[in-house]
Design a protein around this ligand. Sequence first.
Ligand code: UD1
Length: 368
Amino acid sequence: MKFINVVGARPNFMKIAPLQRIFNKSSKFIEYKLVHTGQHYDYNMSDSFFRDLGIRKPDYNLGCGSGLHGEQTGRIMIEFEKVLLHEKPKIVIVAGDVNSTLACSLVAVKLGIKVAHIEAGCRSFDRTMPEEINRLLTDAVSDYLFAIDQISACNLKREGISEKKIYIVGDIMIDSLLFALKKIKARDDVLKRYHLKKKQYGVITMHRPSNVDNSDTLIQILNIFDEIQKEIPLVFPVHPRTLKQIKTNSEMKLLLNNMKNMIATEPLGYFEFVQLFTNAKFVLTDSGSLQQETTFLNIPCLTMRYNTERPVTITKGTNTLVGNSEYKILKYFNQIMNNRYKQAERIPLWDGQTAARIVKILLAKDKK
Ligand code: UD1
């Protein structure tokens, strides 16, 4: 059975790596090719993840880097179609909600090739987010929809997707997180590098267009970071999209440079970042995946968004939505500093076995 695994942007790498490990073990029955669209291309946004997660070198790199959404999606489609015509796989496996996910799903379905979507059914119900459009459309054309939980599965059913196509398999990110935790067990090099003490600092990540593309909003958020770093050191690996904005604005540059307790770094590799956030007192983020990872590890997480496609992290986890409201961020930050925060419950199937469940389902379907 021949698969094509697609990766493109940073959050895809952790979602494909566990599958590859299972594929490698079952190599007698399975042939797979890895396609990297090239959406993320910096060493720290891409190559370092291949190294840490042991992902093999891509069989194809489409080299479709930055661009406007239509342009980026279109370029990926043109290049990916050539790969599919040549390789003729049985199933294309895509993950998450980035432009590469949608572009490759569309090409596959139009060539009559089945699509398997990992992390199907996540919905923020906010169509101004590019990711929400990618999620809706990818799920609409997918044949195997692998959901992280019951809520995502319900979203899919509500959209009229046949129950027969939906499988609740848990969160594959947790497979990668457990893999990383085992590998970095005794390491504290990142903490040493930045002179950090366990549970005595916070971690920030931020890259959503809604937070970083508008300079007034970004300045307002940086001012909030300024307040927080007066009380506790902050480490902020800066995403290229955010860096681009800050670099071109002297007020922002000055603001960030003047924060004495703020460590702004380049994006970190996966193992380094796992080491950093697992030892943090709290995380302040607008990422999707980090909401899940912090819930799994019971680390307080304040999400700088007004909605989430991962509501289980609110109802059963440590996540709180704070938008970019100074009042809310500081209120919940103060609670965390006083050790008052929600405790996470165990979420069914977030157990490190999600990739194994996915492969089992795909192989069983092939026999029918
Ligand atoms: C993309 C995903 C987002 C995901 C995020 C994780 C879409 C619509 N968005 O957002 O869902 O959460 O990745 O990081 O697919 N850039 C570099 N080097 C790189 C990659 C990007 O410098 O390796 C810069 C470029 O200037 C580019 C900008 O970052 O224009 C944005 O990159 P892009 O891939 O378009 O979207 P992200 O904001 O990274």
